[in-house]
Design a binder for this molecule. Structure first.
Ligand code: DQA
Length: 149
């Protein structure tokens, strides 16, 4: 155990395909590149980063449930489950941890089915449209939330 705040950065379905997946929308960086960037930002912000991805809704729910015991905050890009998953909404609601919702793309400039989020109302705030840089912005915001003033 470290005494640094421990942040879960959780990625949902198809984000393992970043780099080859619709690069005009999601950019050319891979998820491994983004993980490396998060590790560096974490070091600079004195946060321990637990970077995870799953394509399975139930697995994401289980990871979120467990975060209650061993993390201090959650940054989540739930991918398409953002727009469909009451189960992920409920698991985030029960954690009692600060949650930041994250999307690479500006979902509000896209199809209307991406305009509704089951995560926004259990999140402190949302970041979207800044590409991979959004992960760094989310960690900065999270550092403020979990660090005593
Ligand atoms: C996404 C936006 C979602 O609508 C989409 O289903 C994704 C990625 C984003 O990061 O922009 O998988 O969450």
């Amino acid at each position: 155990m470290t005494d640094r705040p421990d942040i879960l950065v959780l990625n949902g379905p198809n984000l393992n395909m970043l780099g080859v997946r619709e690069p005009t929308i999601y950019g050319h960086l891979t998820l491994a590149d983004i993980e490396e960037m998060c590790m560096e930002r974490g070091e600079a912000l004195n946060l321990a980063i637990d970077f995870r991805q799953s394509n399975f809704e139930g697995e994401l729910v289980s990871i979120i449930q467990k975060a209650r015991d061993d993390h201090d905050g959650i940054v989540i890009n739930a991918g398409a489950y953002t727009h469909t998953s009451v189960a992920i909404h409920d698991s985030l609601a029960l954690t009692d941890l600060p949650v930041i919702e994250l999307h690479l793309s500006n979902v509000f400039k896209r199809e209307s089915f991406r305009h509704h989020s089951y995560i926004s109302d259990v999140a402190v705030g949302s970041i979207c449209g800044f590409g991979a840089k959004g992960y760094a912005l989310a960690l900065e915001a999270m550092a403020d939330l979990v660090t005593d003033a």
